[in-house]
Design a protein around this ligand. Structure first.
Ligand code: KIV
Length: 278
């Protein structure tokens, strides 16, 4: 597939300048090989705390640790040349105080080489966002459905229906005024996401939100169809790698059981051949 993307490394001002103009393409990545795949096609790569559910089999993002984010952040950094990298601050690493948030965000930036961090919360996190940005830590905010608060919401429910809409609108305004350079709008109603995008001065990045957002993000494993079970409505699957992988694994298992693998071409004879290292 041919792609027409510039190869210079994207910076935060490049992303902010897209507001209301060119759409911002974002995906998650957690490993070096996937980072290499998405780098040419995406503007922002997020090392999301969704890594806990996607790669570690955790039931939610709540038990993801700072060390896990650092390990995956380092791996993704090694795979990127062009896209701007953002790393999620995990639950419990920033809510305690502005100082705690600074200490942990600084660790994420210093140890992973990310260009910015993302944290969840609106009005209540505005002071923390102001504190971090004033000290050289760019922040991507995240409002609407904030998965780290799943126990408060009582599930991964659509946000912004009824009276909640004004609260979420105020959250988006508050994080923009506090200095966030972009805001993720997750699982909020389409009219609300459109209204926020029109009103805030920073780029909005939608996930289950609206095509009117300045950019879109999804979990990379979701668009690749790596999971065979749960399918969120807001995910478009561009491949079915999960079922393809299972077919391949079943074929390997059958080959081993029935003695078809390894075949003659997969084994070594006893003569030395120059350059034969595979
Ligand atoms: O953790 C994550 O992957 C996210 C998204 C916005 C997809 O926060």
């Amino acid at each position: 597939m041919s792609v027409a993307v510039e190869t210079k490394a994207l910076t935060l001002p490049d992303i902010v300048a897209r507001k209301g103009k060119d759409r911002i393409v974002c995906l998650t990545a957690y490993t070096t090989p996937v980072a290499q795949l998405v780098d040419r096609h995406c503007d922002v790569v997020l090392v999301g705390d969704s890594v806990g559910m996607v790669l570690h089999g955790l039931p939610s993002t709540l038990s993801v640790t700072l060390d896990m984010m650092i390990m995956h952040g380092k791996a993704v950094r090694r795979g990127l040349e062009r896209a701007m990298m953002v790393v999620d601050m995990p639950f419990g690493s920033y809510e305690g105080s502005r100082e705690q948030a600074f200490r942990n965000a600084a660790r994420l930036m210093a140890e992973t080489g990310c260009a910015a961090v993302k944290l969840e919360g609106g009005e209540t996190m505005a002071e923390t966002i102001r504190f971090l940005t004033a000290r050289g830590i760019p922040v991507m905010a995240h409002v609407g459905l904030t998965p780290q608060s799943v126990n408060v919401f009582g599930g991964y429910k659509v946000q912004g229906r009824g009276g909640d809409a004004d609260r979420i609108f105020r959250d988006a305004i508050a994080v923009a005024e506090a200095g966030a350079f972009a805001v993720v709008l997750e699982k909020v109603t389409e009219p609300l996401a459109r209204r926020i995008t029109e009103e805030v001065t920073i780029p909005t990045i939608g996930i289950g939100a609206s095509a009117a957002c300045d950019g879109q993000i999804l979990v990379v494993d979701d668009i690749l169809g790596k999971f065979t079970g749960f399918r969120p409505k807001f995910v478009k699957r561009y491949a079915e790698l999960g079922s393809e992988a299972e077919t391949a694994i079943a074929a390997y298992a059958a080959d081993v059981r029935e003695g078809r693998f390894p075949a003659a071409e997969h084994v070594f004879d006893d003569t030395h051949k120059a350059g034969d290292i595979a």
